[in-house]
Design a binder for this molecule. Structure first.
Ligand code: FES
Length: 156
């Protein structure tokens, strides 16, 4: 992993602080989350303190500082999905898994992320579970869905 962080950093000019967000995005895309090591390396490269980077990155919902779970739930919370009930789905997921957006369960089974529009508004609310899209999801389907996913996570 260290090598891929280094090779990403090489493509960015040192000291260009305006590159912070794209850099964080690219490293997270590659590693799945932003490790302490990654933050330290980014800080050195751009000339920013780790405190400043954490301060900025935690402001954005998209950044994760812990690894993903075996089952990663990505819920769309864009306007259309929100109007169709994504808030109740969010609450239900939290109720069933014990984690909120940006968190991973202690046993590493589930991680949960909330994102803006995923481009399937006419079929919302939309959830992406690992690589599979679930559309027109309703909050009352969540308990059964999580139950099934728990079996899957245990099987792995
Ligand atoms: S708002 Fe959810 S897919 Fe567009």
């Amino acid at each position: 992993m260290e090598n891929s962080i280094d090779s990403i950093l090489k493509r960015y000019k040192p000291g260009r602080r305006e590159d912070l967000i794209p850099l964080l995005q690219e490293i997270q895309e590659e590693a799945g989350f932003l490790s302490v090591d990654a933050i330290v390396k980014i800080g050195r490269h751009l000339g920013l303190s780790t405190t400043k980077i954490y301060g900025l990155a935690t402001f954005y919902d998209q950044f994760r500082f812990i690894p993903r779970g075996k089952i990663h739930l990505k819920l769309c919370h864009g306007t259309t999905c929100f109007l169709n009930g994504s808030q109740s789905i969010l609450n239900k997921i939290t109720e069933e898994t014990g984690i909120g957006p940006g968190q991973t369960t202690r046993d590493g089974s589930f991680s949960f992320e909330v994102v803006p529009c995923m481009g399937g508004c006419n079929k919302g609310p939309v959830i992406l579970i690992n690589d599979e899209y679930f559309t027109n999801v309703q909050a009352d389907q969540i308990p059964e869905l999580i139950k099934k996913l728990k079996y899957l996570a245990e099987d792995d």
